[in-house]
Design a protein around this ligand. Structure first.
Ligand code: ARG
Length: 477
């Protein structure tokens, strides 16, 4: 990046001295917004096409501009483009290069637009693509969870409340709980995409333009659902970035919860699962260590995405209409939220299919902690004992079990009958772990049969959505 003389900037007409060198660097955004270059060029090409359709540019001028922009895009892609801080941002860097390349006709490109509507358009085009990539990664993780849920539909594990053993459940049911969280995330991201896909271009600086533009042409060329209704709102609105970051925060919160469980489950006292070495790291001092760094890092990264959400909300709260330079601060938090979410989803989608469930361990853990106490209470209720009394009876049996160090299923019939004489031999059917999970046999319940049908329903829904989806048509080239 180099400093340039005042004459090289496109807005120096009313200025009498050069920008202070530090101010120039302080106010520039090109170091980070060059990431939008591809979208900036796409937006410019669509704008030039529209201008020629309405007669503001001749077909020949349009062709020169489009060719010039395409060659700049190749230059950028090859890493040969020279970015200049003096030219502030991605927009002026590209425009200035265009003029250098094709001469004065390049100066006509900015007719009927401003960097204010240009930047808002670029971010939306960029974010729309990123949301599509994120949805694909999310889908990959969802598919991995469905496969795991199906495979482990019968794998008994303890279910917890307060992280205390509560009732037996299955690993498959647990994976389907994670899956449901991601279904809501998918819905939020898709919904957010609709509000991203509205076109600010044509709002110009703030009030619209005096040229006879046709915004429906540019919107169509760029694949936007519609032009934004109000020019003041169009250039200043960043709700879509906040909505996206809020949705991203929720996904990260879910991944962080998954991570917390994976960290617990890989720890020695739990030993519920094993992660392959390629997703773990060692300790430089303790030779025995194999640390679950991936889930730990994802849990840690949730914090930065929440931070970006607060940063964006705070960025917007004091801004009067319409565009303010404050808005330049929207990009870095949004970029990092996208990168963090995309990376976290990718690593999870890669890692989950490799999880090995240690079924004897999860089953052994479910045998501890009187996890079938509710089943015994329900058994007594079926034999006519009011639930509150049965709760009391089972409580006493549990206390006895703690003293004798026996689980309910390990007690003899005589021992159990001390607490209630309605207990018969068939009680052992409900005290087994398999009996306990199989009994919760209704939609949304933990029974293996229900887990499998939940997986089937989910797969059918995903397949239906895939077949019904209209794929986005890029018409800008
Ligand atoms: N770099 C600016 C941004 O990111 C582009 C818009 C600048 N507009 C202006 N009037 N200074 O927001």
């Amino acid at each position: 990046m180099e400093q340039q003389n005042v004459k090289e900037k496109p807005w120096t007409g009313r200025f009498t001295e050069s920008t202070d060198a530090f101010v120039e660097a302080f106010t520039a955004s090109v170091t980070f917004d060059q990431r939008l270059a591809y979208y900036d060029i796409r937006g410019s090409i669509a704008h030039a096409r529209m201008l020629s359709e309405v007669g503001v540019l001749t077909a020949e001028e349009r062709e020169q501009i489009v060719e010039g922009l395409e060659s700049i895009l190749s230059e950028i892609r090859e890493g040969a483009f020279h970015w200049s801080i003096a030219l502030e941002d991605v927009h002026m860097n590209i425009e200035s290069r265009l003029v250098a390349e094709i001469g004065d006709v390049g100066k006509k490109l900015h007719t009927g637009r401003s960097r204010n509507d240009q930047v808002a358009t670029d971010i939306r085009l960029w974010l729309r693509d990123e949301i599509d990539t994120i949805l694909a990664e999310l889908g990959r993780l969802q598919a991995a969870l469905l496969t795991l849920a199906d495979r482990e539909a019968e794998t008994i594990m303890p279910g917890f409340t307060h992280l205390q053993t509560a009732q037996p459940t299955t690993f498959g049911h647990h994976m389907m709980a994670w899956y449901e969280m991601l279904v809501r995330d998918q819905g939020r991201l898709r919904d957010c995409r609709k509000r991203v896909n509205v076109m600010p271009l044509g709002a110009a600086a703030l009030a619209g333009t005096t040229f006879p533009i046709d915004r429906t042409i540019t919107a169509r060329l760029l694949g936007f659902d519609s032009p934004a209704e109000n020019s003041l709102d169009a250039v200043s609105d960043r709700d879509f970035s906040i909505e996206f970051t809020a949705a991203a925060s929720l996904v990260m919160m879910h991944l962080s919860r998954f991570s917390e469980e994976l960290v617990l489950w890989t720890s020695d006292p739990f030993s519920f699962i094993e992660l392959p070495d390629r997703f773990c790291t060692g300790s430089s001092i303790m030779p025995q260590k194999k640390n679950p760094d991936v889930p730990e890092l994802v849990r840690g990264k949730s914090g930065r995405v929440y931070g970006h959400l607060v940063a964006l909300l705070t960025l917007m709260k004091g801004q009067p209409l319409a565009y303010n330079k404050d808005n330049q601060e929207d990009k870095e938090p949004l970029f990092d939220a996208v990168d963090t979410l995309k990376g976290s989803l990718k690593v999870y989608a890669d890692m989950m299919p490799t999880v090995v469930v240690r079924r004897e361990q999860t089953r052994a853990a479910a045998l501890k902690g009187f996890s079938t106490a509710t089943d015994l209470a329900d058994y007594l209720v079926r034999a006519g004992v009011p639930f509150r009394d049965s709760h009391e009876i089972v409580g006493k049996a549990v206390r006895y079990g703690i003293e004798e160090q026996k689980d309910l299923a390990q007690m003899s019939l005589e021992e159990l009958q001390q607490f209630s004489e309605v207990i018969q031999q068939d009680v052992f059917e409900v005290l087994t772990l398999e009996g306990s999970v199989a009994a919760r046999n209704h939609r949304g319940g933990t029974a293996p049969e229900q887990v499998r049908s939940a997986v089937r329903r989910a797969q059918a829904r995903e397949a239906e959505e895939l077949s019904g989806a209209t794929s986005y048509q890029d018409q800008s080239y």
